[in-house]
Design a protein around this ligand. Structure first.
Ligand code: DAO
Length: 177
């Protein structure tokens, strides 16, 4: 499954969203065109009594070219026939923040340490992803455990994004908000 076709990208089998709940720190990111979240990014997923998943997230952003702030973002998720694939609707606490609809796929996770998120925004004519983004999440703000790094590298290769990530730093910029 390494033909880089979006439709063939392997996702987490038997994804259990209740185990996925809680806080995840972004430790690396592949940016989309017109990137929004820069660093100090974390997302907290919540599953309600009815099984519906929502999230709130924060991250440092720069708006209007030079105004730096912490964006507080919200997201709701619609289930699909594949338990690891969701349709995400997101918006900001303030109207001038980004909003939209994205795919939200969980490629792999052990629930307790690492997770690989993937979202293709635009599929090319040949079926590969023309514009998308991906977060490498860790339960630990300090990064991935050494034993998880090889797994994550292998998965990056599988989703055709090896070498496309940058490190996401956590400096405490968003901790007071
Ligand atoms: O940073 O360029 C970007 C794209 C991010 C879209 C905003 C997402 C807000 C909700 C995040 C939930 C977890 C992925």
């Amino acid at each position: 499954a390494q033909d880089c076709q979006v439709a063939n990208i392997p996702v987490m089998q038997n994804f259990d969203k209740s185990r996925f709940a809680g806080k995840w720190y972004a430790v690396a990111k592949k940016d989309p065109v017109g990137l929004f979240l820069l660093d100090n990014v974390a997302a907290t997923y919540v599953i309600d009594e009815s099984g519906k998943m929502t999230a709130n997230a924060y991250g440092r952003v720069i708006i209007l070219n030079n105004w730096e702030m912490c964006a507080n973002m919200f997201a709701t998720f619609e289930d699909t026939p594949d338990p690891a694939k969701f349709k995400m609707t997101y918006w900001g606490a303030a109207s001038y923040l980004q909003s939209g609809n994205d795919e939200h796929w969980v490629i792999d996770t052990d629930y307790d340490n690492y997770a690989i998120h993937y979202s293709c925004r635009e599929v090319d004519m040949d079926g590969t992803c023309l514009d998308g983004y991906s977060f490498i999440f860790s339960r630990h703000p300090t990064g991935l455990r050494p034993e998880d790094q090889k797994i994550v590298t292998d998965k990056k290769k599988e989703i055709c994004l090896l070498g496309k990530y940058r490190r996401v730093s956590h400096t405490g910029f968003c901790e007071s908000s």
